[in-house]
Design a protein around this ligand. Structure first.
Ligand code: NAD
Length: 525
């Protein structure tokens, strides 16, 4: 574990893991909306992690040999399983995260779309490439590049979107031909375990996808054993994962935290901007790496925007929802995070900020923080500098667009952001925001635009998911230089006879020089 409250780890009565693997330790999983225990999983030891990785590695070559179409057929069955079992998947997810059902419902739909996206685009993204030689000296060669998968990809994932942030990375890796082992968050291990079980037993797919359970120790063991690491989580843990992967020279892709800014220009549709801020800041109880956390509003629009945002957030219904009484905002999934959110809000209020709505933790049962709008904030406060990752937005009045931009870029993070305003003016400003993706007159939506890459600048990460880079990163390039014709020996080979010595360099000079004197090997005048 990194820090803070770990889920309860206990000795198993019968010493058998969730999969009968014989682990002695179990992690008890709690429903954050009610505080009730809902299940447990066996902790996988480093030795067991090595075994699981070795097992899927042994099957990877056969999986790769199925080709893009063959692998898509199996992933298509996973898509069908997710859609056919949506209620079961959502029940588990709602129970282990404390999300409202509407937030959970996004996950199977996104994953089904992603399977089809990479299934139909993979040939274009990672299919073999033919390259024309750039120089006549290589005219006798055929140049090809093929993309071969890393054999085993290890995915270490967080608790805020337990399937999207684990399966969502496993899908392109499997489509690329890699075998995959996921370590889900210790707070939300159940849903992914259910999918891994279905892949093996219900779908009957090749044994190239599995999960291991536990805290940081299990995650570290996974890093030690795989050929590529896809990590999603805090920048703090990301650094540790990268340092550990450096020991074995294992490449990593890191999707880390954010402190996303929204800029509201005075020519924006203020109703749309306020509704978007409420949604972008409070969806999934603000536990999204791309949540709107900071808002900068041009002076002339400030009062109207704040009034509308406050009214919208004030109307949100919070709690454990059911079909009869649906809610908008769910629980804080990790108790550690609820404490961080409370600390940021208290720090801001102690330094002069005001909460126009919300501002405190809700008394149990369950772990909730009130949807909160803070004003009179500035960049000396944690709530405007550190990742809050809860249902809290800080709103600042700015002189003009330039000041908004400079404050938006005044951060160590750079995941994504949004600009609201007249289309062309907003787009011009959006191009200058320093982050991996910017939405103009919308929020969060870039995550669904899987056509384009998504990745963080600065401390928000290394590498990309989505688009072509989102599958290519799971591959190594293998260049093939194939001789189409040639005699018994090339002109550059032994023996270095008088006539052949320097022949190749003389020919190369003739092609590369850009004037006749140099082509002929004469000195410049
Ligand atoms: P975390 O960093 O605490 O944990 C993430 C995962 O790493 C967990 O599975 C954990 O068990 C594991 N882990 C912990 N220590 C480890 C170690 N030493 N070696 C290997 N694995 C280890 O993050 P969290 O609290 O689960 O998630 C919240 C964070 O995730 C936030 O910062 C959020 O912004 C970030 N996040 C980023 C994205 C993105 O796409 N950029 C998406 C979602 C969440």
């Amino acid at each position: 574990m990194e820090s803070g409250t770990a889920p309860k780890v206990s000795e198993a009565v019968n010493g058998a893991g969730s999969d009968g693997a014989g682990s002695e330790e179990r992690i008890e999983v709690l429903n954050p909306a009610t505080g009730e225990a809902i299940g447990s999983v066996a902790v996988d030891s480093p030795e067991r992690v090595a075994e699981v990785v070795a097992r899927v590695r042994a099957n990877q070559a056969e999986w790769e040999a199925l080709g893009i179409e063959g692998r898509y057929r199996w992933l298509g069955r996973l898509r069908d399983w997710l859609l056919d079992n949506e209620d079961r998947v959502l029940d588990t997810m709602v129970a282990e995260t404390g999300k409202v059902r509407a937030d959970a419902a996004n996950e199977p739909a996104y994953l089904a779309d992603l399977i089809n996206f990479y299934g139909t685009k993979a040939a274009g993204f990672i299919g073999e490439e033919t390259v024309r030689p750039h120089t006549p000296l290589l005219a006798a060669k055929k140049l090809r590049v093929q993309y071969r998968p890393h054999q085993v990809v290890g995915i270490v994932s967080p608790w805020n979107f337990p399937l999207i942030l684990a399966l969502g990375d496993a899908i392109p890796a499997l489509q690329a031909g890699a075998a995959v082992v996921v370590k889900p968050s210790e707070f939300t291990p159940l849903g992914l375990a259910e999918v891994a079980e279905a892949w093996k037993r219900e779908i009957g797919a090749p044994d190239v996808f599995d999960c291991v359970q536990g805290t940081g120790e299990t995650g570290g063991a996974l890093v030690d054993n795989v050929d590529f690491v896809q990590f999603t989580g805090s920048d703090r843990t990301g650094r540790r994962v990268m340092a550990r992967a450096a020991e074995t020279l294992t490449p990593v892709s890191l999707e880390l935290g954010g402190k996303d800014a929204m800029i509201v220009l005075d020519d924006a549709d203020i109703d749309r901007a306020a509704n978007a801020a409420a949604f972008g800041g409070m969806m999934n109880a603000g536990q999204i790496c791309m949540s709107v956390e900071r808002i900068y509003v041009e002076e002339r629009a400030y009062d109207e925007f704040v009034a509308k945002l406050t009214a919208e957030v004030g109307k949100l219904r919070q709690g454990a929802d059911d079909a009869a009484a649906p809610k908008d905002v769910g629980a804080m999934t990790s108790p550690n995070q609820a404490a961080i959110v409370a600390d940021h809000v208290e720090d801001a209020i102690a330094s002069g900020a005001r909460a126009l709505v919300g501002g405190k933790r809700v008394e149990g049962p369950g772990d909730y923080f009130e949807p909160t709008v803070l004003v009179d904030v500035d960049h000396s406060m944690k709530v405007m500098r550190e990742e809050t990752f809860g249902p809290v937005v800080g709103v600042m009045k700015v002189r003009d667009a330039e000041q908004a931009l400079s404050l938006a870029n005044d951060t160590s993070y750079g995941l994504s952001g949004s600009v609201f305003g007249e289309k062309e003016r907003a787009e011009r400003l959006a191009r200058r925001v320093e982050c991996g993706a910017v939405n103009v007159n919308d929020v969060l939506v870039n995550y669904l635009a899987t056509d384009v890459p998504m990745g963080g600048w600065k401390q928000s990460g290394i590498g990309y998911r989505h688009g072509e880079p989102g599958i290519k990163k799971y591959c190594r390039t293998e260049s093939l230089v194939i001789t189409r014709f040639g005699g018994k020996r090339e002109a550059s080979w032994f023996p270095y006879t008088k006539s052949r010595r320097g022949l190749v360099s003389r020919i190369a000079r003739a092609f590369n020089a850009r004037d006749w004197r140099r082509r002929l090997g004469l000195r410049a005048r």
